[in-house]
Design a protein. Structure first.
Length: 587
């Protein structure tokens, strides 16, 4: 088999080059392979020279297919009945899940065309083979060989693997729901509790409960957003989608009879001995209702700025902005880049009994002590601008605006900053200099903005290399070139190989990349004359400020993340040429 016209390297050679194996260990494993006839990856795992996750990744890369490690909740046990135990063992294959007439099958030999053809004939579906170790496949065939697993057995299988049902749950005054008493004893209640607890334990930010079609039956796909990426962790039995969505809507105090219109709900539960807020949203689709739960877990809220990912220099610049008694501080970035968390950390730094701190948010994500938080309710006219005007009559010292969305809100925020208040707000722009152009586009006069603005922080979130499976890594020449490190090809970088702790992703947790634009005298003069963004960027570079990409590259060189991840999250933002900036500014 070849890739791009080049023969693929042997698996052993790839492992040695990656630093996962020594030449002596490889020689011993090859001798064992010759004696037993087993695949090299299986031999290396049996000798504990590499982990199963590393074996799957390297072998999958060598074969040019996807790889996976089977676990309970990822496989629909009922699908084994499509081929039966005897054929599954002969083909060393286990059907995992069916989506749009495509059957994904875990196979010890996914490169075998006769095997995939046989599976297609047996099932009548198009086959998508993925690699799994033979021992892993045979173990799960044995576990699921009894036929279609019923609901109770499914939950029991999850419970045996360190997943327990939530035992104590409560709510605050916003939603009066007793989860233990509602439909007590129903297996669906236990399943939803397992879904919630799994998400909380794994640090997920969202749960997606989606309908899907499995032949003539309707199934359910449950995905978790962990470190910004959606992952399948639990695969419920078929025929339960309506029951699962109804249970979630009951929890969120939503109308379970209304399935034609979108709905929203909110509830507070107690799980893992801590209070957790859930925001629930339902949406009708062609196959049924899709439900998304946003998990607002205070345990995941890093309030200390030192924990967010700021470098010492950028952190000190941000703190100088916040120490000023008045002015406007903007935090910019796309949705999901951690702007609200950064503002909460700023409030944590500022709050004390001597200050009156007010926030206007949509929605209020976390409740903070010594902070008066107001929820926007547009349906009754409580908009950002209206609440902000009322706040000015509440004798505030510090005001946080969840988001500046329009000219009216922007104008009130700037006026508040000019009249003796410290105003913190978020804005959607690509980088720090772009925030100035955005405010001017909203109709704010340059002379007002130049007087009000203290500084801008632009940010992205990048995934952090998992320490449990981190290994040495040499990026390609193209990656080094795009990162501006063509002359540093010998630098040692890190990459996670994938393990159980990081769900085979190689990453565990996220940190921020921050570009800080502190308003100096020169920058203030440029804003006063409405200088375009590319001139502001040139001035910042001359003063020694780093772009988002350059900040991210520093993190990769420290081994916290990978260069590939940095290039991905800063794509198109920090690698623009000056002439590109001029064109975007209409020059």
């Amino acid at each position: 088999m070849t890739t791009a016209g080049k023969p693929r390297k042997p698996i052993g050679e790839m492992l040695v080059e990656a630093g996962a194996l020594s030449t002596e260990q490889l020689t011993g494993a090859l001798d064992e392979q010759n004696l037993t006839g087993r695949m090299l990856g299986e031999v290396l795992v049996a000798q504990s020279l590499i982990t199963p996750a590393v074996a799957v990744r390297v072998v999958a890369e060598q074969l040019g297919v996807k790889g996976c490690t089977l676990r309970h909740g990822l496989v629909d046990p009922a699908l084994l009945g499509l081929i039966g135990r005897k054929e599954a063992e002969r083909l060393k294959a286990l059907p995992m899940f069916l989506v749009h007439e495509v059957l994904t099958v875990a196979m010890a030999e996914p490169q075998s065309l006769p095997y995939t053809d046989q599976l297609r004939l047996l099932t009548g579906y198009k086959i998508r083979p993925v690699l799994a170790l033979e021992a892993n496949v045979m173990d799960f065939i044995d576990k699921y060989a009894g036929g279609e697993t019923d609901m109770s057995a499914f939950i029991a299988s999850l419970a045996r693997f360190d997943v327990s049902v939530i035992e104590e749950e409560g709510v605050d005054d916003r939603s009066v729901t007793d989860l233990d008493k509602t439909v007590a004893g129903s297996p669906v209640v236990d399943l939803v509790n397992i879904v919630l607890l799994t998400a909380i334990k794994d640090g997920a930010s969202d749960i997606h409960i989606e309908p899907e079609k499995k032949g003539t039956q309707k199934g359910t796909r449950i995905r978790y957003r962990i470190d910004g990426r959606l992952r399948d962790l639990i695969k419920p039995p078929t025929g339960l989608h309506a029951a699962i969505t109804s249970r979630v809507k009951v929890i969120g105090k939503m109308d379970i009879a209304e399935k034609r219109l979108p709905q929203e709900g909110r509830v507070r539960i107690v799980a893992e001995k801590r209070e957790i807020d859930l925001r629930v949203s339902s949406m009708p689709t062609l196959l049924g209702e899709k439900v998304v739960l946003r998990i607002l877990d205070k345990a995941n809220l890093h309030r200390r700025m030192e924990d967010l990912g700021f470098r010492a220099e950028t952190l000190e610049a941000f703190r100088r902005m916040l120490r000023q008694p008045n002015g406007l501080v903007l935090v910019t970035g796309p949705t999901g880049s951690g702007k609200t968390t950064t503002l909460y950390s700023a409030l944590d730094l500022l709050r004390n009994p001597e200050l009156n701190i007010l926030t206007v948010e949509d929605p209020v994500e976390y409740q903070l002590d010594m902070v008066n938080q107001v929820q926007v309710k547009s349906a009754i006219g409580m908009t950002f601008a209206r609440v902000l005007r009322s706040m000015l009559r509440q004798d505030p010292d510090v005001i946080m605006v969840g988001e500046i969305r329009d000219e009216e809100t922007a104008r009130v925020a700037v006026q508040a900053a000019l009249t003796g208040h410290l105003v913190l707000a978020t804005l959607h722009t690509n980088d720090a200099p772009g925030a100035v152009a955005r405010m001017l586009d909203m109709g704010i006069e340059p002379y007002l903005l130049s007087s009000a603005l203290n500084g801008v922080v632009a940010q992205r979130l990048t995934r952090i290399v998992c320490d449990s499976c981190a290994m040495k890594h040499s990026p390609t020449e193209n990656v080094l070139r795009d990162a501006g490190l063509g002359e540093e090809a010998d630098h040692v970088f890190r990459r996670g190989e994938g393990c159980e702790k990081c769900h085979e992703s190689g990453f565990r947790g996220r940190a921020g990349i921050y570009e800080v634009m502190e308003i100096t005298t020169d920058i203030r003069k440029m804003i006063h004359r409405a200088a375009p963004s590319h001139e502001l960027r040139a001035q910042l570079r001359q003063a020694g400020y780093l772009t988002l990409r350059e900040e991210g590259v520093l993190m990769a060189k420290e081994g916290k993340t990978t260069l590939e991840e940095v290039l991905n999250v800063t794509h198109g933002e920090s690698d623009r040429r000056p002439e590109d900036d001029a064109e975007s500014d209409g020059v």
